[in-house]
Design a protein around this ligand. Structure first.
Ligand code: UVW
Length: 339
């Protein structure tokens, strides 16, 4: 396939991993990088970095996203739940079988590269069009739910399944913002981030998956499924996506993925009031649209961050595949850190 664009956005890497690339910086998770990560395993202890997927609870943090709803599958118009086959046959088995309606970005999640695109003049005709990482377009690369007979939506390119197929394994590196900045809301720019990296002697290497511990997910957990949106909006560190030096560092550091335990990695207004002329979420634009860096959000990092601090460490083996769900633009996951 020929290149999909005539001009690429300033500061983007479109084409650098190939004209048809759909993985972005995950290309840096090479076998050498996995071996480097495995060398960080010394205690043999594993941490789940997922919230229970029915947290935060309710939908005050994002009115579009609802908690998962579990129900039983049905057979012969009866729920297959505590179902005794003995009623039909001479057997001892009892079966439960279920299904879920799940907002894929409700809780601990990855954003796929199809999650955020932009209006940009990639074909150099003087008019902006909707375009995604590496020049993929709504037509033919996405199906809009209003345009399909069954209301299905689908990213035919840049879906989360490409990430899943890699296994997503490599060196995770923790930057413990909470330890230094506490639980009050703070917009963390380049200077604040560098101060923590230097004070804690964190080595961020090319191809690392960077994890930012802010304490947000721990606070969400403490709210026991009834999140206080006003308090959360005033709590914990968020990256300041408007900081040009921070954005430059995200690019130049060579990180393969950017992960946080807060709501959206960067400061995100809880209500969208964009004027359409700039990116409302500049780090989403940089990472997902320009550089192909997947974003991890609402990961539960506190127990791991505290363990690493107690043991004077910051690096670990991270295994974090999303669901291999073709066409999805995000996915819940249960990331595992091994230390
Ligand atoms: C939006 O809120 C748009 O997405 P995210 O889940 O990445 O913060």
């Amino acid at each position: 396939m020929a290149r999909r664009w005539k001009q690429r956005p300033d500061g983007s890497n479109w084409g650098d991993f190939g004209d048809d690339d759909q993985l972005g910086r995950l290309n840096l998770l090479t076998p050498q990088k996995v071996l480097e990560a495995v060398a960080e395993v010394r205690a043999g202890q594993a941490f789940s970095l997922s919230l229970p997927l029915d947290f935060p609870g309710g939908n005050v943090l994002n009115p579009a996203r609802h908690p998962p709803r579990l129900t039983a599958t049905r057979r012969d118009d009866k729920p297959v739940f505590l179902h005794s086959f003995a009623h039909d046959h001479n057997t001892t088995d009892v079966a439960c079988d279920d299904m879920v309606t799940l907002c894929l970005q409700y809780s601990t999640q990855w954003d796929a590269l199809s999650h955020i695109g932009s209006h940009f003049d990639a074909d150099q005709d003087g008019r902006d069009e909707i375009v995604f990482y590496n020049g993929y377009r709504p037509d033919p690369d996405f199906s809009h739910p209003d345009a399909t007979p069954d209301g299905a939506s689908r990213a035919h390119r840049l879906g989360i399944e490409h990430m899943a197929a890699t296994g997503v394994q490599g060196r995770g590196v923790m930057v413990d913002l909470r330890h230094h900045y506490g639980d009050a809301r703070r917009r963390v720019g380049y200077d604040d981030l560098m101060a923590v990296i230097e004070r804690d002697g964190v080595q961020v290497r090319r191809g690392d998956m960077l994890c930012l511990h802010t304490g947000f997910a721990e606070m969400v957990l403490s709210m026991q499924g009834r999140p206080d949106a006003a308090r959360l909006a005033q709590s914990c560190a968020v990256l300041d996506g408007s900081d040009v030096r921070l954005r430059r560092w995200v690019d130049e550091s060579g990180i393969a993925a950017l992960i946080a335990d807060n709501y959206a990695v960067e400061d995100r207004p809880y209500d969208f009031h964009g004027d359409g002329c700039h990116a409302l979420l500049p780090l989403h634009e940089l990472c997902l649209f320009k550089l192909g860096i997947h974003l991890g959000e609402l990961w539960h990092l506190t127990p791991l961050a505290e363990w690493l601090r107690r043991h004077g460490r910051h690096a670990f083996l991270l295994t974090a595949p999303p669901l291999r769900l073709p066409g999805a633009v995000g996915s819940p996951l249960n990331p595992v850190a091994t230390v």
